[in-house]
Write a protein that binds this ligand. Structure first.
Ligand code: RB5
Length: 147
């Protein structure tokens, strides 16, 4: 499984930690920046990851900013993206099981490293349930056509 990751300056401090969690689970991780914690604008990095995920079916993304909110709002502007802001094991699990989320977003200022480990565990071990959720996700994606 390929995972693209990016942060802004507020999420940069945990990027290597999160990369390692995915690498330890056998994921191929591509870091799309930034290279240091200089101030940047999160939409620039959200779109880098979102476009890669949209162009590479089956891949996933991880976006980390201060709150996770800006990254998720920006990533969801890209067609084909279901970016979910999560806070803990349960929300990460549901994002995959019910929403078939393809980008994981969280805030470095919101969750500690222990919680990040739980989030990544839930994300990596949970499959989309399909069934009744498949039609709902289809309806979400159909909204991309609405004006
Ligand atoms: C940066 O200060 C902060 O606004 C950003 O990381 C993020 O939390 C935005 O949603």
């Amino acid at each position: 499984m390929k995972v693209y990751i990016a942060t802004d300056h507020a999420g940069f401090a945990v990027k290597e930690f999160v990369k390692k969690l995915f690498l330890n689970r056998g994921y191929v991780v591509e870091d799309l920046g930034p290279k240091d914690d200089s101030r940047v604008d999160y939409p620039d990095f959200a779109q880098k990851v979102a476009k890669k995920v949209a162009q590479n079916p089956g891949s996933q993304g991880v976006l980390i900013c201060g709150t996770g909110i800006g990254m998720s709002i920006a990533a969801n502007k890209i067609k084909g993206i279901r970016a979910a802001e999560v806070y803990d094991y349960y929300t990460a699990k549901m994002a995959r099981a019910h929403n078939d989320a393809n980008i994981l977003c969280f805030g470095e200022r919101v969750v500690g490293r222990g919680e990040i480990e739980s989030i990544v565990e839930a994300w990596c071990t949970t499959e989309f349930e399909g069934g009744r959720h498949a039609n709902r996700v289809k309806k979400i994606m159909a909204l991309e056509q609405s004006k």
